[in-house]
Design a protein around this ligand. Sequence first.
Ligand code: SAM
Length: 352
Amino acid sequence: METTHRVYVGDARDLSAVADDAVELVVTSPPYPMIEMWDDLFTDLDPAVGDALAAGDGRAAFAAMHAQLDRVWDELERVLVDGGIACINVGDATRSVDGSFRVYPNHARILEAFESRGFDPLPDVLWRKPANSAAKFMGSGTLPPNAYVTLEHEYVLVFRNGVDSREFEPRADRRYEAAFFWEERNRWFSDVWTDVRGELQDLSGDAVDDDLRDRSAAYPLEIPYRLCCMYSAYGDTVLDPFWGTGTTSLAAMCAGRHSIGYELEPAFREVFDDRVASVPDLSRSIGRARLDRHREFVADRRADGKDLSYEADHYDTDVVTKMERGIRFREVSSVVPFEEGYWAEHEPLSIE
Ligand SMILES: C[S@@+](CC[C@H](N)C(=O)[O-])C[C@H]1O[C@@H](n2cnc3c(N)ncnc32)[C@H](O)[C@@H]1O
């Protein structure tokens, strides 16, 4: 099986290279309004942002920044199939403007934006993102009442395009082979992810160091990888309109999905050229780690005196539910660049 990963250096407010209904899943993390690192970018997109900040009008700046994101959300409604899922990773912002401190609730504003475009909100996920210690002590130190809570969580907002879920032909292999293990379902579909850092990062051998991760605001690979597995099947196409250093495409390659990315900053494409070299090893280690972890789960469950009812078709292990029997991981055997992106060749995961 081959997957295609297209990367466009361009402005996602106009996704004209992407046809209507060409995408089954969106996984993305926009620049967060009212976080200082994105002020210049938003001002380039609309000078009214810079004017509002200079005038000390936080509300107007927040509104003008979101108006630019809204234009991208308009495009998502067009390119995403009916029933397709959009996952938006975002954090709220705390900031003092004109001497007054407050929170700017990005997640609530984006929720409204999607709902008003005909998306149905689904239960969202919170994950914990530790702030550096300097940011921990906000407001009046240890004196009441003017100390402030530190924001250390982000949201993955989840939306369905329209009211109906996607349908598949009965027993579709690309869906059943992409099933997840029962215990993965319990962990991944919980509403608070406390374990997103660590599960895959150690395996990655990935070329994004901590400094670049901070400058690009890259999210941990676990996030797009899980979301691809949770909300799409093999062969689906995943779009990231705010592609950054391409973490979503890396995850899509490892997960056997096609991907499309849009990014304003041309230099990030070179970063991705380095990252992509790790994909064959990374995809193999992810598949093997999932299987090893499942076998540990099976051993623990047996030790607790509980039985597993089914045998997996492709691996020497038992599984809890009938739906898991067909699980078949893919590994990437090669990645070949072409002008607009990359082709990845996939094989069934080899087990040593
Ligand atoms: C939070 S970062 C995404 C980081 C990415 N998830 C990663 O792991 O590297 C947001 C990215 O969106 C890009 N961006 C902002 N506005 C854009 C627009 N209108 N069109 C395309 N890219 C945009 C920024 O240059 C930045 O790289």
